[in-house]
Design a protein around this ligand. Structure first.
Ligand SMILES: [Ca+2]
Ligand SMILES: [Ca+2]
Ligand SMILES: [Ca+2]
Length: 305
């Protein structure tokens, strides 16, 4: 058998093989281009494009009579414990208030409930802790000085600094991811409004100003925008504003009440409650998705990572 005979014999197959490789490369390139286009489109429209929550991983922590975790789509619901009242979550710690010693104190625990650390120890009510995503600072509420004020401390409980000093009810602190700023609500000006203050106590700024209740503020992960809840349009809805309070925009619009919005750590999703359900929506308010039922005592959602 000559070499030419073999070449001639194999040529058609060789050609088919080359065509097959060429076709698969075309498909591969086409797939890559389609995938790239999808990513560009997704980024271009702020992430409002059919992301599957599980692709981010992460756990949603929420308070519904007790603390539960679930994945971002509502599967794998697990109880963390009945004795804690959820605050928030850093990269490694869950923070909560509990009355283990008779009055409310602030505790950190690992996500599985292990390694509990008590951070406050007094006879006052120490509640509503919010830990920065970088784990450096905790904001919380205490009535240790006579009425509810906002305080910050290091994540090991040291260096407590009082941020407010006012006869009003200062409550619902949310500390920024870098620990530098705290949002809270206060009724010091006659009804509930949202305020911002630096973690050293300077720069107190009122961000809302109307006769309705404006409350439960939360930072975006990058600190550029905030979420809050208001009944200014007749019932409680979720609103978004710039960090300085400008451009207040309603992002839910229903006949029922929506509360306690928080971003996931990528900023693509917002989690919140309505009267009976825990829900997820894209950051622009679209694609509202049912995550699961919640009980009567429902206060906080938090997503990590
Ligand atoms: Ca206490
Ligand atoms: Ca006060
Ligand atoms: Ca108000």
């Amino acid at each position: 058998m000559s070499e030419n005979f073999i070449k001639n014999l194999l040529a058609p197959y060789f050609f088919q093989w080359v065509v097959a490789i060429y076709e698969s490369m075309k498909r591969f390139t086409a797939t890559r281009i389609l995938a790239l286009g999808a990513v560009v489109a997704l980024v271009g429209c702020g992430g409002s494009g059919g992301f599957d929550g599980s692709s981010f991983g992460g756990l949603l922590y929420y308070q519904s009579n007790e603390i539960f975790t679930t994945n971002l789509n509502g599967g794998n619901v697990n109880s963390v414990g009945i004795n804690y009242f959820l605050g928030s979550m850093s990269s490694s710690k869950l923070i909560a208030a509990s009355k283990f010693d008779g009055d409310n104190e602030i505790y950190t625990v690992n996500a599985d409930g292990s390694d509990e650390q008590q951070l406050t120890n007094n006879t006052a009510n120490d509640v509503r802790p919010s830990i920065s995503a970088n784990g450096s600072k905790i904001a919380f509420v205490s009535d240790r000085d006579g009425n509810n004020e906002i305080y910050v401390m290091n994540s090991n409980g040291t260096n407590v600094v009082r941020l407010t000093n006012d006869a009003g009810n200062d409550y619902f602190p949310s500390i920024s991811a870098d620990g530098s700023k705290v949002l809270f609500k206060s009724d010091r000006d006659g009804n509930d409004e949202v305020y911002s203050v630096n973690s050293n106590g300077t720069g107190l700024t009122r961000l809302t100003n109307n006769a309705a209740v404006d409350t439960t503020p939360a930072w975006s992960p990058d600190g550029t925008t905030i979420l809050f809840c208001s009944n200014r349009d007749g019932n409680y809805e979720i609103y978004r504003a710039n960090a300085n309070g400008s451009s207040q925009t309603r992002i839910t619009n229903t006949v029922i009440n929506e509360f306690h919005a928080s971003y996931n750590m990528t900023g693509f999703y917002i989690f919140y409650y309505d009267d009976t359900r825990l829900r997820r929506m894209d950051a622009d308010g679209s694609n509202i998705t049912d995550v699961g039922p919640v009980g009567a005592s429902k206060m906080t959602t938090f997503v990590y990572p």
